[in-house]
Design a binder for this molecule. Structure first.
Ligand SMILES: Cc1cc2nc3c(=O)[nH]c(=O)nc-3n(C[C@H](O)[C@H](O)[C@H](O)COP(=O)(O)OP(=O)(O)OC[C@H]3O[C@@H](n4cnc5c(N)ncnc54)[C@H](O)[C@@H]3O)c2cc1C
Length: 402
């Protein structure tokens, strides 16, 4: 093991959070090295929704938002439905036109964003992305941060002024620092299926983003450019083999919309869902961001968006510290601001959505749906709702945290 070149900021993970942090630091002239365990950028079939303020933030890099928009689908409305009764409330993001330059959700997969940034970073001399470099731990002294990295040439230690763990939910950086990941794992697994079947031709008034409530089996129906994605909960105790068996997959899909021919299923994933937030996002010269710091259920599409917001917040503060405009204590404000958002907005919203979708009490379900219908029909109330569900309120509130 040998010590290697002291570089500015070391970043573990080339996911959306790590890549945005790298670009936001490098654009301030700060040297960055990103270490990615995989041999190339993962094609993750996870996040597929970019919220308005994320598109606004990404616009700071000329052409990035435009590139993403070219590759995605603009959802000017999204819908809350009941599986039996159909549309309950349609939310019109146009009500946010005074609050954002992008009053819509953009349906585009997260790997499209990391690819856009990888292309750009390749041409910047102050940035490098090293693939096949797995971070195995972090350590530090008073004036440098170090990452232990398993490289194709063997184990190496890289040092820099600061390090960021953006290495996802199982973060090796977080674990090596001994930072706990408090929270719960939901009892049920979630199943995501992608199909070329055109649900819009079978379900009236479908939008590109639809949350469908049902006491037996709720679901989320999302459109991306090449397919529809359907997310279902599974029943606790259902085995992986049972859930993934073709007959069960076809049965679940046929119950959404009848089809004479078998559904063309192009992708399926079954995964555990966690609600966890680290108690601190900073240990000296090492910081956590994105899923490494907080993780939540995907109902509301806030995990990646929140991680990107972390990256912008952290890069701005690290830039100030780097240039000597502020002391390192400024970085503790990063934890205070972003941890509050993770708990009060992202987690609270994701849990509220889960409860609404799976409500079993008919009277409560009716009450919730009546409330939602009324709110969506009143422009003032609808705007307030959309400010929260689009994460604009979270960013505004974070600014008020000292
Ligand atoms: C089905 C599903 C749907 C979702 N939909 C949405 C949505 O619509 N909107 C939304 O905002 N969020 C959504 N999310 C959440 C979103 O996918 C995550 O929040 C997001 O990927 C987090 O980004 P990240 O960069 O922090 O971590 P990751 O995307 O996990 O990236 C971490 C990167 O680090 C690399 N890595 C891991 N360990 C190491 C290591 N030891 N050394 C070096 N590299 C390492 C990984 O290979 C990866 O490239 C969804 C999640 C799921 C499961």
């Amino acid at each position: 093991m040998q010590a290697k070149d002291a570089q500015g900021v070391l970043i573990a993970g080339a996911g959306p959070c790590g890549m945005v942090a790298a670009a936001a630091l490098a654009s301030q002239g700060i040297p960055v090295t990103v270490f990615e365990a995989q041999s190339e950028l993962p094609i993750d079939l996870r996040a597929s929704t970019f919220h308005p303020p994320t598109l606004d933030l990404l616009d700071r890099f000329p052409g990035v938002t435009a590139d993403l928009i070219r590759q995605g689908l603009i959802a000017r409305t999204w819908q809350y439905r009941d599986r039996i009764a159909g549309p309950v409330a349609t939310w019109d993001l146009g009500l946010l036109s005074a609050d954002t330059n992008h009053p819509y959700r953009l349906q585009a997969e997260q790997w499209r964003l990391t690819r856009i940034f990888a292309e750009r970073l390749r041409t910047w001399p102050q940035a490098r992305v090293l693939f096949g470099h797995e971070v195995t731990g972090a350590s530090q002294s008073a004036d440098e941060a170090r990452l232990n990295v398993r490289t194709p040439e063997g184990e190496r230690v890289f040092s820099g002024a600061w390090a960021i763990g953006a290495d996802g939910a199982n973060s090796a950086v977080r674990r090596s620092l001994g930072i706990p990941f408090d929270g719960i794992t939901l009892p049920e697994l979630y199943l995501t299926l992608s199909t070329t079947f055109d649900f819009a031709r079978h379900l009236p008034e479908l939008t590109y983003v639809n949350y469908v409530a049902d006491p037996e089996e709720w679901l989320v129906l999302l459109r991306v450019s090449a397919a529809w994605r359907v997310l279902f909960p599974t029943r606790p105790g259902e085995s992986r083999d049972e859930v993934l068996a073709d007959a069960n997959v076809q049965r679940r899909l046929r119950a959404v919309a009848a089809s004479d021919t078998p559904y063309d299923v192009v992708h399926k994933t079954l995964y555990h869902v966690h609600e966890r937030v680290a108690p601190d996002y900073r240990r000296g010269r090492v910081l956590l961001a994105g899923d490494a710091a907080h993780i939540n259920n995907p109902l509301g599409g806030m995990g990646m968006n929140g991680g990107i917001h972390d990256a912008f917040n952290l890069a701005e503060k690290l830039g100030q510290v780097w240039r000597g405009e502020a002391g390192p204590a400024l970085l503790d404000r990063y934890t205070r601001q972003r941890r509050k958002v993770a708990i009060d907005f992202v987690q609270a919203n994701a849990l509220r959505n889960r409860e609404a979708l799976r409500e079993t009490d008919p009277a409560l379900r009716k009450q919730r749906q009546d409330d939602m219908r009324r709110m969506a029909g009143d422009p003032v109330q609808a705007r307030q709702f959309l400010l929260r569900s689009s994460m604009i309120a979270a960013l505004r509130e974070a600014e008020s945290v000292a």
